[in-house]
Design a protein around this ligand. Structure first.
Ligand code: XIL
Length: 389
């Protein structure tokens, strides 16, 4: 075998070992992550996949940090379930995205049905945010401070917060969060904002409103709950995200899943692979898009079948933790190679060597990857020499 052939072959090796988080970091993102919840704690296969293969460097609690879980009754705070997810992140050495502080759903009746004045609701809002953010201070890479404030037509949703306080509730929320944990990245998070349009423009308006008032906002999350075949193109998503980063915030894909009408077919799984690859590639191509989070990685725990009846198979792995084509679509976006194997590879973090990506490096993460890249290159070279000899 010629040495140049062997070298080419050797550079294929690390891409086989690449796992999603490791590949994302090597390509210049901060993380690839997943939503998770305590319902999966007894599931050994799931937990092994969550922590074992360098696929997930970040987790988000699906429910246990929401208002109804944290403060179900006035001034009764219950952190046990949220703490379990925070502890899991620490044990697994994963970043934690904390989700969420203010949302019109999963909001207890004592808040949504209360008879509030502007002063009394402001006090409740500040107390909730200050207490929760202080409890998790130092543990959250980011907080989704306000979730889904907008209607599809770009107007503000008529929830209790908006009805009593107008859009000032968003300012009050971000101010309280910033005071309680100045180091956490503070995000506005929504869906239907992943492409240009009235809702995306309105979300940019929220960023501007906060910036104009000198209130800290660090990021905007795009949920990315898509349907197979309905994902906006790479160019569309990049253009959209760049409209936000131009305002001086980072962006992230925060809840990606891509559902299909059941029963699934091979054609839909193939389209789903393309669609996952599209959104991962869009984040990679956007300077200051820091990471991609899937809204669980395993169909067993997906929120989709119960929320959108007749649909499912929305995640990158099956209910028994087998990688679907979509998994390899994401990997392909991050590595630029067409790896498509269902073989389970041993856990070998930071061994990815990739072709240079389109991404202009924007986070401090890339510097951390250099030792892994050098190790990967060295191993490739040893492998090449072994073939030649
Ligand atoms: C979902 C959870 O996954 C479900 O378990 C729960 O029943 C409803 O909420 N947008 C969000 C998430 O911001 O908090 C939602 O999570 C999914 C839609």
């Amino acid at each position: 075998m010629q040495i140049n052939q062997a070298l080419k072959l050797s550079f294929l090796l690390p891409s086989v070992y690449a796992q999603l988080h490791g590949a994302a970091k090597t390509a210049g993102l901060l993380y690839f992550g997943t939503e998770t919840e305590s319902v999966s704690f007894g599931d050994a296969a799931y937990q092994a996949a969550l922590k074992g293969n360098d696929d997930f460097g970040q987790i988000t609690p699906g429910n246990s940090m929401k208002w109804d879980a944290i403060q179900p009754a006035p001034n009764t705070f219950t952190f046990t379930a949220g703490d379990a997810i925070a502890d899991l992140a620490a044990t697994n050495n994963q970043l934690l995205r904390c989700h969420n502080l203010v949302w019109h759903e999963q909001l207890p009746d004592w808040v949504s049905g209360g008879n509030w004045t502007a002063a009394s609701l402001t006090q409740v809002l500040q107390n909730h945010i200050t207490t929760e953010v202080t409890h998790y201070k130092g543990k959250c890479y980011a907080w989704d401070v306000v979730n889904e404030a907008l209607n599809d037509n770009g107007t503000f949703g008529n929830d209790v917060f908006f009805n009593v306080l107008g859009s000032d509730y968003i300012k009050i929320a971000f101010q309280a969060a910033a005071a309680a944990d100045p180091a956490a990245k503070l995000y506005y998070n929504d869906f239907g904002t992943e492409f240009p349009g009235v809702k995306s423009t309105a979300a940019q308006g929220i960023v501007k409103m906060l910036k104009d008032a000198n209130i800290k906002i660090d990021g905007v999350g795009f949920q990315g709950h898509f349907t197979v075949g309905g994902t906006p193109s790479v160019a569309t998503q990049v253009t959209n995200m760049e409209a936000f980063t131009a305002l001086g915030v980072e962006v992230a894909i925060t809840e990606l899943d891509i559902r299909m009408t059941l029963p699934q077919t091979d054609a839909m799984l193939a389209q789903q692979k393309t669609d996952y690859q599209t959104t991962a590639a869009a984040c990679l191509a956007t300077k200051n898009c820091v990471g991609v989070t899937v809204w669980d990685f395993d169909d067993k725990y997906s929120w989709v079948p119960s929320t959108f009846p007749g649909t499912g198979s929305a995640d990158i792995m099956t209910a028994n933790v087998t990688k679907k084509p979509a998994y390899f679509g994401v990997l392909q976006a991050f590595t630029g190679t067409a790896a498509n194997s269902t073989t389970t590879m041993p856990s070998m973090p930071n061994m990815t060597v990739t072709a240079p990506s389109l991404r202009a490096s924007s986070s401090g993460a890339s510097a951390l990857d250099k030792p892994g890249m050098i190790l990967g290159m060295l191993l490739s070279l040893i492998f090449a020499m072994f073939i030649v000899s």
